[in-house]
Design a protein around this ligand. Structure first.
Ligand SMILES: Cc1cc2nc3c(=O)[nH]c(=O)nc-3n(C[C@H](O)[C@H](O)[C@H](O)COP(=O)(O)O)c2cc1C
Length: 212
């Protein structure tokens, strides 16, 4: 089943960056499972999935978040605070692990991907900043999560206003292969969140879209 074009536009217009979540409303297990799946199903360059996602629902942990989020309350009041982390590096070993997962999942001969593997290893070895590349992939996951949530009438607030180093410390990313890039508070808007009434501000399609 597909949804109508109208419905898509309505839901994307319904979504806004929530400033005040309703702390009393939690996302059901069924809905959360679908949203988590939207993160896992995010496409990435070559399929490398250079990310990890931390999901915070524990109230004791959430209480620590405003202090490391520029004082913003959304990470505390939302239902699920998602922290999207990128791999700091990319190397032949990681590529190899991914290739093994491709051949196993698709039941291919172990050497079926050798040509692709060589191209990929050489691409990765030539790259200046793996973290920049990986972080760009992470933002695709952020976008996919926000759109998926909106389709299910679940609210979000994408959050760069977080202290990435402090999140790394809190979540155990410090000293690991991954580092915090961006957050996304997920839950339900408070009925009194004034931001819900704010008219969307976007440049016109004429300015933003070039047609050929
Ligand atoms: C990557 C990114 C980081 C953002 N960081 C924050 C943030 O830390 N706090 C916040 O309240 N809004 C944040 N926003 C929300 C934007 O200000 C908002 O998306 C933009 O003004 C457009 O408004 P809308 O999302 O309500 O349509 C962020 C948005 C994006 C895409």
């Amino acid at each position: 089943m597909t949804i109508s074009a109208d419905k898509l536009t309505t839901q994307l217009g319904w979504r806004y960056a929530v400033k005040r979540f309703d702390a009393s409303r939690k996302i059901s297990a069924e809905i959360w499972q679908a949203l988590e799946r939207s993160l896992i199903l995010t496409p990435s360059s070559y399929g490398l999935q250079p990310w990890q996602f931390a999901v915070i629902t524990n109230e004791e942990v959430k209480k620590k978040l405003p202090a490391i989020s520029w004082g913003q309350q959304q990470p505390l009041d939302c239902s699920h605070m998602v922290v999207l982390a990128a791999r700091r590096t990319m190397d032949a070993e990681y590529v190899e692990r991914y290739m093994s997962s491709v051949t196993e999942t698709r039941n291919l001969a172990a050497d079926a991907m050798d040509g692709y593997r060589r191209v990929l290893v050489s691409t990765v070895e030539k790259m200046d900043s793996h973290l920049d590349w990986n972080a760009r992939q992470v933002y695709i996951a952020l976008g996919q999560l926000m759109v998926a949530a909106a389709m299910l009438n679940v609210d979000t607030c994408p959050m760069e206003g977080i202290d990435a180093q402090a999140y790394d410390q809190l979540l155990g990313f410090h000293g690991s292969d991954y580092t915090t890039v961006v957050g996304c508070a997920v839950g339900y808007r408070h009925p009194e969140d004034a931001q819900a009434q704010a008219v969307k501000v976007r440049f016109s399609a004429d300015e933003l879209v070039r047609r050929f």
